[in-house]
Design a protein around this ligand. Sequence first.
Ligand code: GLN
Length: 450
Amino acid sequence: TAACLDRITATEPAITALLTNRAEGAPAEARALDGAGPDPAKPLWGVPLTVKDALTTAGTRTTCGSRILGDFTPHYDAFAVARLREAGAVILGKTNMDEFAMGSSTENSAFGPTRNPWNATRVPGGSSGGSAASVAAGQCFGSLGTDTGGSIRQPASLCGCVGLKPTYGRVSRFGLVAYGSSLDQIGPLTRTVEDAALLLSVIAGHDPRDATSATLPVDDYMGALAARKDLSGVRIGVPREFRGEGIDPEVSAACEAALDTAEGLGATIVDVELPHTPYSIAAYYIIAPAEASSNLARFDGVRYGRRAESPRDLADLYVRSRAEGFGDEVQRRIMLGTYVLSSGYYDAYYRKAAQVRRLIREDYEKALAQCDVLCGPASPVTAWGLGELTSDPLKMYMMDVFTLSLNLAGLPGLCIPVGMGSRSGMPVGLQMLGRAFGEGDLLAAANVLS
Ligand code: GLN
């Protein structure tokens, strides 16, 4: 804990990964654990971690990157956070993020951007950019992020760490500030695949307070890792849509080299297709904002967080609290979501998007019947410059082209670093996607390859 706090002091001025630094409270918690002696029942005994500010932490400010929650201190821990604490982890801080997890660069945070530890002129990716940067900068040994359309995998890719989005329902969303409830999942960002497996085994499991939480028993992920020494018998499917056009050559080169390595380790590469991939951006940017517009209705200046000063009447209180409290991107998404759900447009947009979602899910089922894992880049480019895409939201949305469809299908996916781009010198990540609740197989294969 002391060493990580020193790293925080040394690196924060350059990267701003944290919204709340628990340098005051954390050492005492670590000392209390120490006094009790190592506890084999606590697999994270004394391990310093950080947590995305979208997850509630009892007694510690939880902003979700928004002004509207700028002074909100919850009185309960999110399920995943409680599990970390029970396992003996020390939570060093809350990480920066795009406001309400809407974004791909962490530039939509109301509290200013986080910078990429590899090059502070570049973005760390998003929306869990603070988590990825805190791991990459050595501020902690792991972090919890959330992934609605790529927000764990893409920043992991841009910062050169490991990021895992579990199957929808594997980790309880209790205590997660909801963005797109049918898409959101909590997962780990870590330095190694083994650490991701360990964190997942701590946070996975059924929770009656999340009605979508799966009752399936949690697999032995560490055992799965130990059992696999090479990739013999593993069929890696490479979707045609994840190769070629629109991908920066330095990203393709690093991913293709990783596939060659996988072949050398005994894997067979098979060509597959996910033909509805081109429609995933359109479908996602209807479904996610629709759900967000409903989820964010609760922020009305009455029950949570920031309230407008001296309102004229109730309507004025709502309007001004929301107009002052939400940033531009969040307002854009609320308008978009409200529009696609409104009477007369629902059938044309929302229903259509839900139909496309089904087709995307069927694509994955067909592809995963021909192979064990799917591989491709997590992001079409390496980390771009701060401010480069902020004026063009559509271009920013395009950055999610390889990650979004997985959330629409509800499947697990992880990202591992596979080297540095030959032109930019920035990290490249390979995405590995698997079958529902197949995290054990996925982690084991990724562990061999990483
Ligand atoms: N970039 C995507 C969005 O803005 C995904 C974000 C996420 O996964 N939370 O919605």
